[in-house]
Design a protein around this ligand. Structure first.
Ligand SMILES: Nc1nc2c(ncn2[C@@H]2O[C@H](COP(=O)(O)OP(=O)(O)O)[C@@H](O)[C@H]2O)c(=O)[nH]1
Ligand SMILES: [Mg+2]
Length: 200
């Protein structure tokens, strides 16, 4: 059983030659810029300083690797949908993500992070279609759950499921990095995906 007690930043990469070379599994975070990916990492690892959070969107421009329990990596992909980047930067972004997804054979799962308050954007849907194409196991994380009443969680999550075309087999976890809602379930899921990876 993983305990996520030991988490450390390993490296940031743009090109495949800079990815970690070992074959420990990767759990990959994707989502819009500012959706709460860095906060997710800090919450799950109990370390407020591990990943840089920012109220300023569009900050992360590299693929960041964190090693957890010496057993698997959490991979923070740069967020999409930040309006104030140039066309060229958007192309570079697409390239960076495409190469990562294409050239990484040890992806155990992809955590697609969405804001529970809003319907998925066009870019969320494009990312969803991309992940479906690659046939990665996907988990939906509906974050910022503290910002709406609990009575709305279910319908918002069903909206996300419907808009992204996810079957009932795709788990969606209501999550908040502030209240830690959903954290235990996420750690259970991480454990399952990592064990499955090592068993295959
Ligand atoms: N209320 C609330 N705010 C959050 C949550 N997660 C992230 N935020 C805030 O959203 C902003 C962006 O978060 P960050 O983790 O840097 O997003 P990233 O760009 O996806 O890495 C910051 O101001 C965070 O404090 C959450 O679960 N609840
Ligand atoms: Mg970030």
């Amino acid at each position: 059983m993983i305990n996520v007690k030991n988490a450390r930043y390993i490296t940031s990469a743009v090109e495949p030659k800079d990815y970690p070379k070992d074959d420990r599994p990767h759990v990959v975070l994707v989502g819009k810029s500012n959706v709460g990916k860095s906060s997710f990492i800090n919450c799950i690892t109990n370390n407020k300083k591990l990943a840089h959070t920012s109220s300023q969107p569009g900050k992360t421009r590299t693929i960041n690797f964190y090693l957890i329990d010496n057993k698997f990596y959490i991979v923070d992909l740069p967020g999409y949908g930040y309006a104030k980047v140039s066309k060229q930067e958007q192309l570079d972004w697409g390239d960076m993500i495409d190469r990562y997804l294409h050239e990484t054979s040890n992806i155990a799962a992809i955590f697609h992070i969405l804001d529970i308050r809003h319907p998925p954007t066009l870019l969320d849907k494009q990312m969803g279609a991309w992940l479906q194409f690659y046939q990665f196991p996907v988990v939906g994380i509906a974050t910022k759950a503290d910002k709406i009443g609990k009575s709305r969680w279910k319908s918002q999550m069903e909206l996300i499921r419907r808009e992204l075309g996810w079957s009932q087999f795709v788990p969606i976890i209501p999550f908040s990095s502030i209240t830690t809602q959903g954290k235990n379930r996420i750690i259970e899921l991480l454990d399952i995906y990592i064990e499955n990876y090592y068993d295959r």
